[in-house]
Write a protein that binds this ligand. Structure first.
Ligand code: TXA
Ligand code: MG
Length: 317
């Protein structure tokens, strides 16, 4: 059930149930980060391996020491600059955080979301919320309550409606190695912005098949329809004559053929707007019974990097 009733959702969470919550990035599948039982439910609902840790969402910067310790100096600088917001930090875990949430690791991923409804909910609870994106493992993340409903209508008691997620792409994940920043996942905050605050960031080698962060798995964020990421869509369209195809494009239409579904993510060429529309466009195309979705590469700068990262993984076999 989709609801706007924060008290109701708080009551469900207090009873160790799982509920979907809005954030500025994507919707999350949330439960008490201190309790093993509801956290296990999250993994089962998503069919996610227990070894893949969840992100813990906290209500304020001041709450951080409850869940993490040994905060590196540069982590604090990032927090001052980007919280509340789409930046997740991997830090040493406090014992109170369930090791189910952290996949048995002694590090915990933490962020303070920048969404008024998520914060209002967190303020009503005596615990933080562990929440991965509210989609089955590997599939497209939800940016609207209706996307979550499509996945979990019959398996969770409530989806807290917070409208469409502004950012539309998951948080950027940064870890630390001897106090130096390591990028675990491209996200809503660009590397350029992070480097302005902490200097050079090392990239954790991507396309690992090893499960370090599932967001780094080469196959992820995928529609059921086959998706191809190409440099030049116009050159590829002729190979799919008479087929039902869909296009994911940045600024402009690429064909006058009205039988081809074209999703233009930002007619004005704004990467933030394109990011915010990406998953919704993928959800829509995925429901049209297409033979293939062709996505054209975005400019490889700023949020274009994150969009390309997600399209690349959606396309990966
Ligand atoms: O924007 C977001 O980050 C959304 C919203 C709901 O906050 N959440 C999200 O969660 O994208 P999820 O589970 O889809 O992705 C969490 C990522 C995974 O790639 C996970 O492996 C990584 O965070 N992660 C969590 N804890 C970690 C840890 N201790 N070490 C390394 N990676 C970790
Ligand atoms: Mg996810």
């Amino acid at each position: 059930m989709i609801t706007k009733d924060i008290d109701y959702v708080a009551a469900l969470l207090n009873e160790n149930q799982v509920a979907a919550i809005p954030t500025e990035t994507v919707y999350g599948l949330a439960a008490n980060a201190f309790e093993d039982v509801p956290l296990k439910k999250i993994f089962d609902l998503k069919q996610r391996p227990y070894s893949n840790p969840l992100i813990v969402h906290i209500k304020s910067k001041e709450y951080l020491p409850v869940v993490a310790k040994n905060i590196p100096m540069i982590a604090q600088r990032l927090i001052d600059e980007f919280w509340p917001g789409p930046l997740t930090l991997i830090l040493d875990k406090q014992n109170i955080v369930s090791s189910v949430a952290t996949g048995g690791k002694n590090k915990v991923a933490i962020r303070m979301p920048n969404h008024p409804i998520a914060i209002k909910l967190l303020e009503q609870l005596d615990y933080p919320l562990a929440a991965p994106s509210a989609n089955p493992f590997g599939s497209i993340s939800p940016t609207k309550a209706s996307h979550v409903e499509k996945y979990f209508a019959n398996s969770i008691p409530a989806i807290l409606d917070g409208g469409t997620c502004d950012a539309g792409l998951e948080s950027t994940i940064i870890g630390f190695d001897n106090g130096r920043p390591i990028l675990y996942r491209h996200g809503s905050i660009t590397i350029a912005k992070i480097e302005e605050v902490v200097g050079k960031v090392t990239y954790f080698s991507s396309y690992s098949s090893e499960i370090v962060a599932p967001g780094m798995l080469s196959k992820h964020y995928s529609p059921k329809t086959k998706l191809l990421l190409v440099e030049n869509v116009k050159a590829i369209i002729p190979y799919f004559k008479k087929c039902r195809i869909g296009l994911i494009l940045y600024k402009e239409r690429k064909t006058d053929d009205i039988t081809i579904y074209q999703e233009i993510l930002s007619p004005n060429g704004n990467l933030a707007e394109a990011a915010s529309n990406l998953y919704d466009a993928m959800h829509r195309l995925d429901q049209k019974n297409l033979v293939i979705i062709l996505a054209e590469k975005f400019p490889d700068i700023d949020l274009g990097k994150t969009i390309n990262d997600r399209l690349d993984r959606a396309a990966s076999k």
